[in-house]
Design a protein around this ligand. Structure first.
Ligand code: ACO
Ligand code: KIV
Length: 509
């Protein structure tokens, strides 16, 4: 068995998914979970891209001890300096330098000759090496690059100090045969290739990210890059849980394994889905809600007689447990704290107390409080950064009947602690609320996305709302959970607006 290193880029390429915008505490919470999952390397972000991302990467680097923490940088000194400043406190830091090597990217995007690209790559890998021992070099768009050129640049950056060579299928264009052959070519033609880890990085534009990653591994790659739930730029990256579970279930066929703790997969998937707002489709392999559900009579009959007739993966393998009924109206703080631990959270006293009060409020309105309900409460409290100035929803009312446009009235507490009230209408109840809030808050707000999902299945399930918007051209997302759909909608909208204040404060620091 060869153990394949897992490089998780949920916090970098995953965050490049449209509409995803994580705050510092959210990124940290995901990082902690990735460490529990056992990823060998986590790419925490792209520090040169914003002050907020710099701070988040730094926080992660200063916290994580088991996994290596990587930061992405273009092949220029400024990006490399920012990356190093963010990760130098990490126990195992890695600078990840990339530059494109395909003819189209070099000519039309970088406006550089191939010789100039080699020169920049070598100089920048050496520069990064003068700061950090572990240097990954990515040849962006490798799968559309000319093989002899790719071999030449790789050999030179290895001589300049690269410890990992990544050959991305940046645009999800390649096929398994072609991608595998690229790795074999490098193995056969780059003299010092055995001195480094070779890595895959596959996008899913043609639905082949998993099989392409496996083809890379079969041809010499020792590291796979991807994300949890397969999120990422455009159609996303390879879903790491699918790769790890494939190796586990088909160990009769593939002589590979990973260091992942498979039973942490479900929790990782849930946290990432919740914090990014990217809902996992019910039929998604390994982590979808229906992945272990059997609907058809013949299947149910088979499963009752022997689960293995239709179940190749047990739910327990990936940490799917039955959604046990937990605490209720009469539960106290001790039982609540114990449950917090069981669900894998570490909350300080203040946050535990806020979460306990929210749980108690929920027990007044909801007969059965499940692990899923508690999970969202704990996650919300754990990752809530309070803006120094913020708007709060103090009251709202929506009137709806099938013959008239819905109308809303909303009262908000302003950052100056004044109560402001307004009224408005819209084509639907949510729109009437949003129009009213927009009138009250004098900022330029454009809603770009709205997602509503339910936590749990019953008619008293909690509603979870995610929104993406621009506020004064700043892209921001917001989320909120409540038992009432409209309350969750209003609070998600306000949460996004409040996050702009947090980003502005971060940027000033
Ligand atoms: C394949 C990938 O996923 S790569 C990672 C993609 N991630 C991101 O882009 C993160 C978000 N990006 C950002 O915040 C911004 O694009 C920044 C801060 C990185 C750069 O912003 P700007 O300086 O305004 O540049 P902008 O994004 O418009 O253009 C990119 C510039 O970088 C250059 N560039 C692109 N890749 C590289 C590279 N690997 N090495 C060196 N230069 C590069 C481009 O040629 C262009 O240069 P030019 O201004 O001389 O034409
Ligand atoms: C920066 C590199 C690794 C990348 O994300 C890609 O090529 O898709």
């Amino acid at each position: 068995m060869t153990t394949i290193k897992i490089f998780d880029t949920t916090l970098r390429d995953g965050e490049q998914s449209p509409g995803v915008n994580l705050n510092q505490l959210e990124k940290l919470e995901i990082a902690k979970q990735l460490e529990r999952l056992g990823v060998d390397v986590m790419e925490a972000g792209f520090p040169a891209s914003s002050q907020g991302d710099f701070e988040a990467v730094k926080k992660i680097a200063d916290t994580i001890t088991e996994s290596s923490v990587a930061a992405l940088a273009r092949a220029n000194k400024h990006d490399i300096d920012r990356a190093w400043d963010a990760i130098k406190g990490a126990k195992k830091p890695r600078i990840h330098v990339f530059i494109a090597t395909s003819p189209i990217h070099m000519k039309d995007k970088l406006k550089k000759t191939p010789e100039e690209v080699i020169d920049i790559a070598v100089k920048m890998v050496s520069y990064a090496k003068s700061k950090c021992d572990d240097i990954e070099f990515s040849a962006e768009d490798a799968s559309r690059s000319e093989l002899p050129f790719l071999a030449e640049i790789i050999e030179k950056v290895i001589d300049a100090g690269a410890t990992v060579i990544n050959l991305p299928d940046t645009v999800g264009y390649t096929t398994p045969k072609e991608y595998g052959e690229m790795f074999k070519y490098m193995k056969d033609n780059v003299k010092n290739i055995d001195d480094v880890d070779l890595s895959t990085h596959c996008h899913d534009d043609l639905g082949m990210a998993l099989i392409n990653s496996i083809a890379g591994v079969e041809n010499g790659a020792t590291q796979v890059e991807g994300t949890i739930n397969g999120i990422g730029e455009r159609a996303g990256n390879v879903a790491l849980e699918e790769l790890a579970v494939t190796f586990e279930i088909r160990k009769d066929f593939y002589p590979f394994d990973t260091n992942l703790t498979l039973k942490e997969i479900k929790r990782s998937s849930d946290i990432i889905s919740k914090l990014t707002g990217m809902v996992v489709p019910g039929n998604k392999a390994v982590v979808g809600r229906n992945a272990f559900a059997h609907e058809a009579g013949i299947h149910q009959d088979g499963v009752l007689k022997n689960a293995q007739t239709y179940e190749i993966i047990t739910p327990e393998l990936v940490g799917v447990t039955s959604n046990s009924l937990v605490l209720g109206k009469h539960s106290g703080r001790h039982a609540f704290k114990d449950k917090i631990k069981q669900l894998g959270f570490q909350l300080d006293e203040d946050k535990a107390s806020i979460a306990f009060n929210q749980f108690k409020q929920l027990t007044d309105r909801k007969k059965e409080v499940t692990d899923d309900d508690l999970f969202v409460i704990l996650m919300d409290v754990q990752t809530d950064i309070k803006a120094r100035v913020q708007y709060k929803l103090t009251n709202f009312k929506v009137t709806y009947d099938s013959n008239n446009s819905p109308s809303a009235s909303v009262s908000l507490e302003t950052p100056k602690n004044e109560i402001i009230t307004g009224e408005g209408t819209g084509n639907g109840s949510v729109e009437s609320l949003y129009n009213t809030i927009e009138q009250l808050i004098e900022e330029d707000i454009q809603l770009t996305d709205f997602t509503l999902s339910s936590i749990g299945r019953g008619k008293d399930a909690l509603a979870e709302v995610h929104v993406s918007m621009t506020v004064n051209k700043q892209v921001v997302s917001g989320r909120a959970t409540a038992q009432d759909v409209l309350e969750a909608s209003a609070n998600a909208f306000i949460n996004a607006i409040n996050r702009v204040f947090i980003i502005q404060a971060d940027e000033k620091e």
